[in-house]
Design a protein around this ligand. Sequence first.
Ligand SMILES: NC(=O)c1ccc[n+]([C@@H]2O[C@H](COP(=O)([O-])OP(=O)(O)OC[C@H]3O[C@@H](n4cnc5c(N)ncnc54)[C@H](O)[C@@H]3O)[C@@H](O)[C@H]2O)c1
Length: 264
Amino acid sequence: MIEFEGKVAIVTGGANGMGERVAHTLAERGATVVIADRDGERTPLVEQQIRESGASAHGYVVDVTDEARVAELMKEVSARFGRIDVLDNNAAALELTAEDPDVAALDLAVLTGTLTGNVVGPFLCTKHALPVMLAQGSGSIVNMASVSGMLGETSLSAYGISKAAVIQLTRAVATQYGKQGIRCNAVAPALVMTRNTSEWMPAEFKDIYTRNSMTPYVGDPQDVAEVVAFLASDRARYMTGHVIPVDGGIAAASPIVAERRDLA
Ligand SMILES: NC(=O)c1ccc[n+]([C@@H]2O[C@H](COP(=O)([O-])OP(=O)(O)OC[C@H]3O[C@@H](n4cnc5c(N)ncnc54)[C@H](O)[C@@H]3O)[C@@H](O)[C@H]2O)c1
């Protein structure tokens, strides 16, 4: 499939997990992919892997919360490749989720750090990619939200607040720039088994998600990459401002479904 031929796609957090899969998927389908990640070891590695597969990738070691660096990145990409067609705002400060309890116990520094990583990063990348997209009269932005930004949880307060803000950023951008050819959507995964989640997550956690999913399994990074690629493409030309759950049906079903299934 070469549907992204001639298109330039920026994937933030593209050196690991879902971003890495998105970078591979868009590159395989013809895009020139820019991996923008703060991970100085894995960014060149993923760039090399994509190039070895015969596709086009360029790694930039960038912290997306640094406005000067983000502005420079967007200028560099547009000068070097001539355009920015896709922005996948995927990077997030996931290291802070380990210190993210209920609201009464939440440290202010964890909240502000989470908002910086998860909201300021996508905001800055969007703000500085938009002038390029507006000048060319087209662009598709895909933000990485989460079911945690749509449903209440017993912990992960800062994370949930930040992902709800990402959903609102999505609607604002879709509303403000739709008539000028820019679409903006979000994807809301539930549990996706990346290298990082597999490392830290207790087995019981995965069991809870599996039990409460309507599918027999939890998510794989490629499940999310497929939806991101669709939203990024012209096949989704009539979709904007929406949040697409990629969650095995968790956000669709009654919260007592797992218990009722056990009873039956
Ligand atoms: N894994 C899940 O179960 C899950 C579920 C729902 C939503 N999400 C969301 O999906 C996205 C990707 O998650 P993942 O599990 O693949 O993460 P991951 O930890 O595997 O990868 C995240 C990448 O983002 C990069 N990054 C983080 N902060 C950055 C910054 N400030 N500047 C540049 N790069 C930065 C990291 O270096 C890393 O390469 C995140 O937005 C996350 O909140 C994940």
